[in-house]
Design a protein around this ligand. Structure first.
Ligand SMILES: O=C(O)CCC(=O)C(=O)O
Length: 305
């Protein structure tokens, strides 16, 4: 396991207290299904190492950064993913939403995010046939971007109550480049969990569900740790709707973009929220792929929800 530098973890410009930080528990697909299911039940997450081969991850980087190169956002067509600091994305004739839909439906990306390998993993972990939502949240995070702490349940309050998030690292993402962070045992914060479960987020008028509180203060007051890791290309985090999570600030000094996707999976036997299904999924608020942070030119700040 690569230890991470606890002094290099920031969220929204605030340095996280090094003594509150700890490593995510690592898991591997070579462990037995029982072991993996027990670990998920105990911690409500699985940090699965090396799920996808580097060649497939590289293909995703080439595909996505190739599209961002077309709109002037990255320096080269290849897999490097270095932000230029400018964007011509507003000029695409099809509009921002259609542009982002086509990037989000790229074949190399979908081969990883929705392909037979992850399908087998999710069938196995769920212990029954699983299905992925078609709607995919692709996140190219330039330096300065991060996601505030939140639970996912408000966005997936319809359909199945057994949904999980599958977050995939498309490239090495050391802590200074803004990987995922979870608040350990936050499924036990009954007040916060119940508050999040009372919200069915469906429009921009829904009150904000992200927590603006300093993550270190929150962890300190609840007596828990903040867990993250130096993610490697092809690592996957699977977590429940009742685990508080966000992402670290991307602090790359050379403009390296953090690339990840998150997709929801659920038992196929359960009803699926129609907002997240199909070639033109409406998305959380009905604005399709255009409502996502990823749909914004990389020069524009992310919204909070
Ligand atoms: O990648 C991020 O910045 C946030 C991911 C997230 O919130 C999620 O996967 O639910």
């Amino acid at each position: 396991m690569t230890e991470f530098d606890r002094k290099r973890c920031f969220m929204q410009g605030r340095q996280l207290a090094p003594e509150l930080l700890a490593s995510l528990t690592e898991s591997r697909l070579s462990e037995s299904t029982d072991e993996l299911q027990d670990k998920f039940a105990a911690e409500q997450y699985l940090f699965l190492k090396n799920v996808f081969p580097k060649t497939q991850i590289e293909a995703v980087r080439r595909e996505v950064f190739g599209r961002l190169f077309e709109v002037g956002e990255v320096e080269a067509k290849g897999p490097e993913g270095i932000f230029t600091g400018v964007s011509h994305r507003h000029d695409v004739p099809e509009g921002l939403g259609e542009f982002w839909k086509s990037v989000s439906q790229g074949s190399a990306l979908r081969t990883v995010s929705h392909g037979p390998h992850i399908q087998k993993v999710m069938d196995r972990l769920m212990g029954e046939p699983a299905v992925a939502h078609d709607y995919l949240f692709l996140r190219p995070a330039v330096p300065g971007r991060s996601t505030h702490l939140h639970y996912d349940s408000p966005f997936f309050a319809r359909g199945s109550d057994r949904i999980v998030t599958v977050w995939t690292a498309y490239g090495d993402i050391p802590v200074e480049q803004g990987p995922l962070l979870v608040v350990d045992r936050s499924f036990e914060f009954t007040d916060l969990v119940e508050a999040s479960q009372s919200v069915d987020y469906d429009s921009n008028d829904t009150p904000m569900v992200q927590l603006m509180q300093d993550p270190s203060q929150l962890a300190l007051s609840r007596g828990v740790q903040l867990k993250t890791a130096n993610f490697e290309a092809g690592d996957v985090m699977i977590f429940s709707m009742t685990l508080l999570h966000g992402s670290l600030d991307n602090c790359s000094p050379n403009g390296k973009i953090r690339l990840s996707s998150d997709v929801r999976w659920q038992p196929a036997a359960d009803p699926v929220d129609p907002r997240y299904v199909g070639v033109n999924p409406p998305g959380t608020t009905g604005a399709g792929y255009g409502e996502l942070n990823g749909a914004k030119p990389l020069t524009i700040d992310w919204h909070q929800r």
